[in-house]
Design a protein around this ligand. Structure first.
Ligand code: ADP
Ligand code: MG
Length: 605
């Protein structure tokens, strides 16, 4: 006896619905996408009870004919592709022709639609895949689809729904995902009769601000890259605006919101060292590639994408984000000049940056501090200061050929107008100052660690620290495991000013040290530094140079620094302001907090 039979439409559609429509937000996504695919410029989303009783989308798109209105609820019914070939040049959101059939199988659906070129429209009622009414009707141009009592015949799904707040959150998120890329479409969103969001047609930056609030206004920086194979546009948020939660990360591929672990990684790693560990940068990035080089037909919800060459995309994306972050190194200056009444776009702000005239003196080692407890700590500060004085002179007389940094670094240097800088208070731990009328407080140790980290990294990658050769080399003795480590990083230690030479199984001659450092301290510095480096290597898988620079910066910061005179304080602040990423210490601690006049006023209002 034969036992195989074709499933009735309702059952087949309900099975498909199981995959496509998991919750009210999935229906919202499909309906909104259809509206955009229909070329709508105005889309209304009307929700009741977090989508349990009503999900309605009204658009002014091209509408459907009388027959199409009936056809659209059939499974595998689509106007968007004809052949499998068409899958390789998709420009629409939908193509599987299963969303409306799925929704109609598990809800009561009312469709009103009219094509502008036709006299009358069509009204259609479907319930559990059964057409209840199909008649001409007077209706406005475009399409309105109302989905009532979703899951009315699938109690398991209905009971599985989360609280109203959670479901509403998912719906909002779907609207965000679509509206953040289709910013040329006007969206309005009502919940239980209340207007929740009104998004007029705009550019992308304005759309982001409209969705997430005005506080995003000065946080967004454009990302742009244009090659034949890939076009990247969009915005990223400043590193200091990173958050613990991932909820402001939007990646679009050919106008479709996608989740892609590798590409998210490409963006996040560009922020490495700039944001605290565990924090997530906000981004809104649109990638455009030839449709034939991607496959979106991987999951029924079309949220995943497969690239022909994801390594290439990774490299381009990472480079594009790094480029923007590089240009952001002047963040403190831009911030401090912030006047709320002006609305400079990010690009304009950068145009205001004058060409650099300041450079660091590569010949001095700032912040070197003696670990010997008998030596006053301010002693080392004097050394630092002498270097800064040296630098101040250079500010006026800098000759291009003597500049210490590469061309690229020069671009990143700021001009610091001393007259705008006023130090107010300094304790062992914090420094409070006014700069360009903005009040700043910095954590001295974290700021120092940040400066040293960048200084050492520059020594390792660009300009080695000048070594002062020792007339009578001291000998240092290290443990066996330390010896191995030291031998592994001898060239790096040399770039940092330490010229060591192994002379016995566990002993090294100190042939040279950084210019202002006593060779008698080398034993302790190297021992502590290697210890930190070992731990660092073990815990984090950062690259070698960065691990070395971090560890040495940390070692140098292990003794207290006293910043007594105003001159010292000014010098310290200036050094900090030169940093590429001043707001975060290399170990991920916050370095500074600033308050504008307006913020202070607001606080006391
Ligand atoms: P898909 O979007 O994958 O084609 P759907 O089931 O979502 O499948 O929709 C089926 C068809 O119904 C679409 O291909 C389109 O022709 C038509 N359609 C759906 N929604 C609308 C709309 N809002 N305006 C005009 N046509 C629509
Ligand atoms: Mg669709």
């Amino acid at each position: 006896m034969n036992t195989i039979h074709l499933l009735p439409d309702l059952v087949a559609n309900q099975i498909a619905a199981g995959e496509v429509i998991q919750r009210p937000a999935s229906a919202v996504k499909e309906l909104l996408e259809n509206a955009v695919d229909a070329g709508a410029t105005k889309v209304q989303l009307i929700i009741k009870d977090s989508g349990r009783t009503l999900i309605q989308v009204v658009d002014n798109g091209k509408g459907m004919s009388f027959t199409d209105a009936r056809m659209c609820f059939e499974r595998h019914a689509t106007s968007k592709i004809l052949t499998a070939e068409d899958l390789s040049h998709l420009t629409t959101k939908g193509f599987r022709g299963e969303a409306l059939a799925s929704i109609a199988a598990i809800a009561q659906v009312e469709l009103n639609t009219k094509r502008a070129e036709e006299e009358t429209g069509t009204r259609l009622l479907v319930e559990g895949s059964q057409v209840k009414e199909h008649a001409p009707a007077a209706t406005q141009d475009g399409t309105s689809i109302a989905v009532k009592n979703l899951f009315f015949n699938v109690p398991a799904r209905r009971n599985f729904l989360k609280s109203d707040a959670v479901e509403l959150g998912h719906i909002e998120e779907e609207l965000n995902r679509l509206s953040l890329i289709h910013y040329d479409v006007e969206f309005s969103f009502y919940h239980n009769g209340k207007l929740m969001q009104q998004l007029p047609q705009s550019n992308q930056k304005q759309r982001i601000i409209n969705v997430f609030g005005v506080h995003f206004k000065d946080k967004l920086y454009p990302v742009e890259l244009n090659t034949e194979a890939i076009k990247i546009t969009g915005f990223i948020a400043k590193p200091e605006n990173s958050k613990k939660r991932k909820n402001e990360q939007y990646l679009f591929v050919n106008n479709r919101f996608v989740k892609h672990y590798l590409l998210t990684h490409a963006i996040e790693t560009a922020y490495k060292e700039l944001i605290p560990e565990g924090h997530k940068p906000a981004f809104f990035i649109d990638i455009t590639v030839p449709p034939a080089t991607i496959d979106v037909n991987i999951s029924p919800t079309k949220i995943d994408v497969k690239f022909q060459d994801d390594r290439m995309i990774y490299a381009f994306l990472n480079a594009a984000v790094k480029k923007t972050l590089g240009a952001l190194s002047l963040v403190p200056q831009i911030d401090f000049n912030y006047k709320p009444e002006y609305d400079f776009s990010a690009v304009k702000q950068q145009e205001h940056i004058k060409s650099p005239t300041l450079t660091l003196n590569p010949n001095y080692s700032p912040y070197s501090c003696k670990s010997d407890k008998n030596i006053s700590t301010s002693d080392s500060w004097q050394q630092f200061l002498s270097g800064v004085k040296n630098e101040t002179i250079k500010v006026q007389s800098a000759e291009p050929e003597k500049l210490a940094f590469t061309e690229e670094d020069k671009e990143n240097e700021a001009i610091i107008d001393e007259t705008q800088l006023k130090c107010l208070f300094c304790s062992d731990a914090y420094l409070l100052f006014l700069w360009n009328d903005v009040l700043h407080i910095i954590d001295v140790k974290a700021a120092r660690e940040r400066f040293l980290f960048e200084y050492f990294l520059n020594a390792l990658e660009n300009t080695p620290i000048v070594i002062q050769q020792c007339m009578f080399p001291e000998t240092i003795t290290l443990s066996a495991s330390t010896v191995e480590m030291v031998n592994d990083i001898l060239p790096e230690l040399r770039a940092l000013g330490y010229d060591l030479e192994q002379i016995g199984r566990t002993s090294f001659a100190v042939n040279g040290t950084p210019t202002d450092e006593e060779s008698s301290n080398t034993q302790q510095i190297i021992e502590q530094f290697v210890e930190m480096y070992k731990t660092h290597q073990f815990l984090h898988k950062t690259d070698k140079n960065s691990a070395i620079a971090k560890s040495l910066a940390k070692q140098k910061c292990s003794c207290k620094l006293q910043i007594a005179s105003e001159q010292e304080q000014q010098a310290f602040i200036k050094q900090w302001l030169q940093c590429k990423a001043p707001h975060i210490s290399p170990s991920g601690k916050k370095v500074s907090k600033s308050f504008t006049n307006v913020e202070i006023q607001k606080f006391f209002e």
